[in-house]
Write a protein that binds this ligand. Structure first.
Ligand code: 8YV
Length: 326
């Protein structure tokens, strides 16, 4: 039987479908495999179902001479050596759309948690400190009627902006190009980067990591932001210079930060860990039961198609069609 390696466990029944026809090996631990374990387990597979934290490099691809598809479970795919996969005739697919709304929900969860100091408040109650509802207790920031600045107006950015309507917010955004569809749908206004920094009460980063976005937010940018503003990152960690963010938060240049992604995942800047005005979560943007079930279902469908010699949906390397051998 042909082998398929899946680097993590998923909810739902979809994987069973594959097990009927293939030798499916699922990495059994609650962590992801180390690169050595990945190489060892992936060896000789015809399909891999990976996450954005698994490094799919030349060495791995060379371990699997019969590899037909890498289904990368996530919208980002900077972990995969795309040119090499294409050269070897391997399909690489991702999971756009399916996780858009779930990730936008998390961006809002972070906005709420930071603005209304939910984690601090929860700790306060659990520690038995709740003696009375004092008027100066745990004062936060309003969200409604403020200005939301979206950095990266793609699918997730648009979904974040759409939610702002219910809070009567002004929405401004910065993107490589203006996104007319998002403007029509959300009423968002395209502004330059300086304006985004100066006028936003909340900046939500939903951009992918590119040469242009890497390190885009640092000391200089935090200085231009409002001292009452909150920054949220559900895009990619290296877009923010983490050490400079920690200093900005300590010095009161900005009010708070909510982070789902980090510069050197899974490591987190020590100083950030010690700050109260941060809410830090471990890259759970798309982590809902329903969305994970949909993601793995897409994976199973794409793998089945690729192994039948058909072109799967959501190819991120369409150039492979020229090299793929059927
Ligand atoms: C992860 C993500 O894929 O879609 C992306 O690019 O970063 C996330 O959805 C997910 O958390 C699984 O690792």
């Amino acid at each position: 039987m042909k082998k398929i390696f899946i680097t993590s466990q998923y909810p739902g029944e979809s994987v069973k479908r594959l097990s009927e026809k293939y030798d499916v090996v699922v990495y059994p631990k609650s962590t992801l495999p180390t690169h050595e374990e990945l190489l060892e387990n992936a060896k000789d597979s015809v399909a891999l179902i990976t996450t954005v934290a698994d490094v799919v490099n030349k060495k791995l691809i060379d371990c699997c001479p019969d590899l037909k598809i890498v289904f990368n479970s996530g919208v980002g795919y900077e972990n995969v050596d795309i040119p090499y996969a294409s050269e070897k005739g391997i399909f690489v697919t991702n999971t756009p759309n399916v996780l858009t709304e779930t990730t936008a929900d998390l961006a809002w969860a972070l906005m709420f948690s930071v603005a209304r100091r939910i984690i601090e408040a929860d700790t306060y109650v659990r520690e038995g400190q709740f003696a009375c509802g004092h008027p100066s207790l745990l004062l936060g920031m309003n969200i409604h009627e403020k200005t939301l600045g979206v950095y990266g107006m793609g699918r997730i950015g648009s979904a974040v902006a759409r939610r702002a309507k219910g809070f009567n917010m002004r929405v401004i955004y910065q993107n490589r190009n203006n996104n007319q569809k998002a403007e029509d749908e959300t009423g968002a206004e395209f502004v330059d980067f300086e304006t985004l920094l100066k006028e936003s009460d909340f900046i939500v980063i939903t951009a992918p990591l590119t040469e242009e976005t890497r390190g885009r937010f640092g000391q200089e940018e935090f200085q231009k932001m409002k001292s009452t503003s909150i920054i949220v990152n559900v895009g990619r960690g290296p877009i923010i210079k983490e050490a400079e963010l920690a200093s900005a938060l300590k010095d009161g240049l900005i009010w708070g930060a909510g982070l789902d992604v980090f510069e050197n995942e899974p490591q987190v800047n020590e100083e950030l860990l010690n700050l109260k005005n941060t809410v830090l979560v471990p890259h759970i943007g798309s982590a809902s039961v329903e969305t994970r079930e949909k993601m793995v279902d897409m994976a199973v469908t794409s793998v089945e198609l690729a192994l039948r010699g058909e072109v799967p949906k959501y190819l991120v390397n369409p150039e492979v069609i020229k090299t793929v051998e059927y």
